[in-house]
Structure formats: C-alpha cells, structure tokens
Design a binder for this molecule. Sequence first.
Ligand code: NAP
Length: 244
Amino acid sequence: MTDRIAFVTGASRGIGRAIALTLAKAGARVVVASNEPENNEKVAAEIREAGGQAVTVFLDLTSPDSIKQAFGDILKQFERVDILVNNAGITKDNLALRMKKEDWDLVLSINLTGAFLASQQVIPGMMKARWGRIINIASVVGQSGNPGQANYVASKAGIIGLTKTLAQELGSRNITVNAVAPGFIETDMTARLTEEQRAAMLAKVPLKRGGQPQDVANAVKFLASDDAAYITGHVLAVNGGMYM
Ligand code: NAP
C-alpha cells in the first residue's frame, strides 16, 4: 500500500485505531480522524514510532461543515484519498418504544449520514484516479437485527445498502466498495455491557471468544489491498461464526 493515502474515521480508539496502525504498517500514509484531537495525536505518534506515516485531522461526523473542512484540509495536503474507511460509530440503546428521537437522529447521523457525506468527499478524486477503496464498518446486528438497538441496527443495515449501491455506481471507475460486519469485538463499545449481556453474546459464538480489533483490521487491510481488486459490494463477516 506504499504511497496510498488512507483516511480512517473514528481512528482514535478501538477498531479504528487498529485499522489505522495496520494500514500504516502495510505502507499507507494514514489520516487519523475523530473528534478527540488528543487521542488522534496519540495514535499518530504510535504509527510514527513504528516507522509509519500519519497525520491527524479533527472530524465531527454530526456536522456536515466539519466533514467538508476535514476532507478539504486533507485533499489540499495530499490531493487525494485512495482508501476511505468509514469506521466511526456510536450506540444509544433503548427499546424502540422508549427510544427518544434525538437518540435515533444522533446514531443515524454519525453511523450512516456521516459515512455517506464522507464518501461524497472522496469519490470525485477516486473517479479521476480510476482507483479507490471505500470500506464501511457495518455490524452483525445490521444483518440479524437486535432488540434494544433499533437506531444502531437501522444505521448498520443502511450502511450495507449504501455499500451495495456505491459499489454499483462506482465499479466502472475501478472503485470497490465493501463492508466489514464485525460481531462481538473487545473495545470500549462492548466494555459497557453487563456480564450477563456478555455471556449471552458469547454463547452465540462458535469460536467461543470475543474478537479483537486486530481481527477486523486484518479484514479491512485485505479489502483495501490489490489482492481484493475483484471484490465489490461484499459484506465480510468478522464474527466468529455468530451469524451465518
Ligand atoms: P469505540 O471504541 O467506541 O470507538 C468509536 C470511534 O468513533 C472513536 O474513535 C470515536 O472518537 C469515534 N466517533 C464517535 N463519535 C464521533 C463523531 N461524532 N465524529 C467522529 N468520530 C466519532 O467503537 P469501536 O468498538 O471501535 O467501533 C468501531 C466501529 O465498529 C463502529 O462503527 C461500530 O459500530 C463497529 N462495530 C463495533 C463492534 C464491537 O463489538 N466493538 C461490533 C460491530 C461493529 P472519539 O474518541 O473522539 O470519541
């Protein structure tokens, strides 16, 4: 991936951090983006210490202006983004009956609208270059449904639809668009679960363990590589067999 520019949203922690470190190790110049500048800098420093190249940018996916500004800055600096990983995501769980509209809107705006607007920023450059990779981080629950997560599930099912549509619109320009659907991965997001919820989740996993951020990063690295040149519109499950 030498000389490829890879923009990773939500790269300050968890799965996004692992993706940023992994793409940098594979030779890409990585843009570490999130709305926590200090954490962005920490991840960029880790990349540089390991001999890789990284820059940081402030990105608040709830704000279309912030998205324009962040990509504008990076495109000014590098002229293009070759690989976009739409990884940032949040949960605001509740039963549908009790879910507040503001929690519905917030989750949809970061997880789905944010990914759509970010993709719009990089597509013109990828079309011009006749090469591009967009990789969207979905979720197993976007495929299976999950009680208590109507907003999150809708955002993740939506991103799978977005992936397939962009794949069809952009294929003729040699841009592939794929999704990775993680299952239960050990990050801050899942650390919030109770022991009971954890045990119930793991009971559904044939591999009998939670996944690590690196498991997801490895799948992203493959989809971003030239080895995956003929794969587009695919949803790659990284879920230990939790949903087949
Ligand atoms: P995480 O540890 O909670 O990290 C979330 C990341 O998103 C952070 O970098 C966070 O940045 C960023 N973010 C949140 N709000 C943002 C905003 N408004 N603008 C820009 N960035 C924002 O989550 P994770 O577990 O690594 O999850 C990463 C992705 O994988 C998400 O899309 C999630 O839905 C998906 N996923 C996770 C699991 C799992 O089991 N963990 C399973 C399936 C799918 P800050 O540091 O600034 O908050």
